[in-house]
Design a protein around this ligand. Structure first.
Ligand code: UDP
Length: 359
């Protein structure tokens, strides 16, 4: 089969790295990069480090409002799909690139395959939720990472097209975790251009959700919590809150929180796996902390990945210093049960389902 895959953002590059390697053994893949994440440390580093095939199309579309970005992608992707006439479109997750690709394909009657289907917060206040719902309802095939996602799809009457296969992020984690012997690099690149030595003990922070970056106050609360901890915090700053992080770094005279440039995936999973604790609002990072058995505090009002939460392995916190510190003091209990995220072979299972399900 000929499959057009559309990616555009950091977490999609990682899933595509796990998938493309195997997909191309038996199918023809045309890779389209929308350009949603485009700078060297948000895009190129993933293609190079993870040896993702060079995109066949690089649309160069980023920035603007949600509507402007999605509209430009929609038009450009329609052209690509008409030209390539694939048997199916493959999309991941919940970004504007996912939404635009799903809409462009379904109107051309090209079957849509949605990987990471069924996650729900239960609110349209979250911009990614809208993308998830549209992608799931336009797709012909829904591949869910976890049982709670299948339950959500049942509630929306989508169970006939849904398969529980596990999480491609676990596939990627298992495949790449031994890079550098599983150790983080000795030095990292500070946001101010200086090298930062990786301390022996550290916390790992990522924060970029719209909910946590609308005002400086929210990020300030998170940074003040991290500043007061007994070990340094390593914080690769997402371009979305670069300016706010620099501003707050000066205002709060941060010493213990090390502001870093965005890092590559291999460095990121090594930091997750070796951190004392992880504090994040990222869907990917909270799962990686769970995969590595590192306690995690997720600064977010909704449980996106409820399977990480039993035993308090991952605990939600409000964006308030006191609450984050209270949640960081929790001692989790890890379960010996099989991982709810599968066995690290989700991509193989997805590919095995394609011929039958798309017939
Ligand atoms: N990540 C990375 N570099 C960073 C921060 C995160 O490679 O500087 C990785 C992280 O380990 C995870 C993925 O990016 O694999 C998560 O992406 P992001 O937080 O942008 O998206 P989300 O998972 O929230 O959709």
């Amino acid at each position: 089969m000929k499959i057009v895959t559309v990616v555009g953002a950091r977490p999609q590059f990682i899933k595509a790295a796990a998938m493309s390697r195997i997909l191309r053994e038996t199918h023809v893949e045309v890779l389209v990069h929308t350009g949603q994440h485009h700078d060297p440390m948000m895009s190129d580093v993933f293609f190079t480090e993870l040896q993702i095939p060079h995109p066949d199309y690089d649309l160069g579309i980023s920035g603007g409002s949600h509507a402007q970005m999605t509209a430009r992608m929609l038009t450009a992707l329609e052209e690509v799909l008409i030209k390539e006439a694939p048997d199916a479109l493959l999309i991941y997750g919940d970004t504007n690139s996912t939404l635009a690709a799903a809409l462009a394909a379904v109107k051309l009657r090209i079957p849509v395959i949605h990987v990471e289907a069924g996650n729900r917060l239960g609110t349209l206040d979250n911009p990614e939720e809208i993308n998830r719902i549209v992608a799931d309802h336009t797709a012909k095939l829904l591949f869910a990472c976890v049982p709670s996602a299948v339950e959500a799809l049942k509630k929306e009457n989508l169970q006939d097209r849904a398969y529980l296969v596990g999480d491609p992020m676990l596939d990627a984690f298992c495949h790449y975790r031994q890079w550098n012997g599983g150790q983080p690099p000795q030095t990292l690149s500070g946001l101010d251009g200086h090298a930062v030595r990786t301390p022996e003990r550290f916390y790992y922070l990522t924060c970029h959700r719209e909910e946590n970056t609308r005002t400086d106050d929210t990020l300030a609360q998170i940074l003040m919590a991290m500043e007061s901890l007994p070990h340094p915090t390593l914080y690769p700053v997402h371009p979305r809150n670069h300016a706010a992080a620099v501003r707050l770094g000066q205002k709060l005279k941060l010493q213990n929180v090390k502001l870093l440039s965005p890092i590559g995936y291999l460095e990121s999973i090594a930091l997750v796996a070796n951190a004392q604790r992880v504090v994040t609002d990222s869907g990917g990072v909270q799962r990686e902390a769970f995969f590595a058995h590192v306690p995690c505090v997720t600064v977010f009002p909704y449980a996106v990945w409820p399977e990480t939460m039993p035993g308090m392995c991952n605990v939600l916190a409000a964006p308030e210093t006191e609450d984050i510190l209270a949640k960081l003091s929790v001692t989790p209990a890890w379960s010996d049960a099989a991982s709810p995220f599968g066995d690290g072979h989700a991509c193989e299972k997805i590919i095995a389902h394609l011929p039958e399900a798309l017939r």
